[in-house]
Design a binder for this molecule. Structure first.
Ligand SMILES: [Zn+2]
Ligand SMILES: [Zn+2]
Length: 220
């Protein structure tokens, strides 16, 4: 059994919201029993995220950071000021924040009310990139997009590390739904099974093929 998915807690409900000017996706993950919620990557339109949480009748008390590029964290301060939420981020990137943060480790479970998910350290796009996997879906930040993957030519990018991260995701069950960090593909979400068939970066058979493809295409 794949240790990344073994004994996952019951999954939070998920609301995907497209925000901002760069087709970013933000997710509200919540427990319908307790009304506790986490927001992934609040960077844009924090007032709208707060309204969506209100509509769901949930209380945001956690922020989960996939990585610290500005288009994923610009709204963290504002959201924390409004909610008092605890910010979860990998220690490799925590220095970006002025306020207190909570370190996430690889395969650490994070509770959201009576539901929960698990952090997966998936570096390569950045030095502390983290995916969050629940029973049935995964939030992939800029590691994996529908039909694409993250760039490795920003500071801290590492093509070999991204390849290793994508190989790890490729080993997940095929029915796992993928919630990417941007709306760059033909559909807002996908499944690992579909990505294995259609995503050119996951179809690469060797690291060399992957490196050449990744370095040929600078976008996204
Ligand atoms: Zn990024
Ligand atoms: Zn991004």
């Amino acid at each position: 059994m794949n240790n990344d998915v073994v004994a996952l807690p019951a999954p939070p409900e998920v609301l995907q919201i497209e925000v901002g000017l760069l087709q970013n996706f933000c997710e509200i993950l919540y427990c319908p029993d307790t009304g506790e919620a986490a927001v992934v990557d609040p960077a844009w339109e924090v007032d709208r995220l707060l309204r969506e949480a209100e509509k769901l009748r949930v209380r945001i008390n956690k922020v989960l950071v996939t990585h610290t590029h500005h288009d994923h964290i610009e709204g963290v301060g504002e959201l924390v000021a409004a909610t008092g939420a605890e910010v979860f981020v990998h220690p490799n990137e925590a220095a970006v924040f002025d306020g207190p943060t909570t370190a996430v480790a690889d395969r650490q479970n994070i509770a959201i009310g009576r539901r929960g998910l698990r952090a997966l350290a998936t570096f390569g796009h950045t030095v502390g990139g983290t995916c969050f996997i629940a029973d049935g879906y995964i939030v992939t930040g800029d590691v994996l997009f529908v039909g694409g993957c993250g760039r490795t030519d920003f500071p801290g990018g590492n093509t070999a590390a991204l390849w290793a991260s994508l190989q790890r995701l490729a080993a997940l069950p095929e029915e796992i739904r993928v919630y990417p960090g941007h709306n760059y593909g033909p559909t807002p979400t996908s499944t690992m099974g579909r990505e294995l068939l259609e995503n050119p970066y996951l179809r690469c058979q060797t690291f060399d093929d992957f490196r050449q493809l990744r370095e040929r295409k600078r976008k996204p």
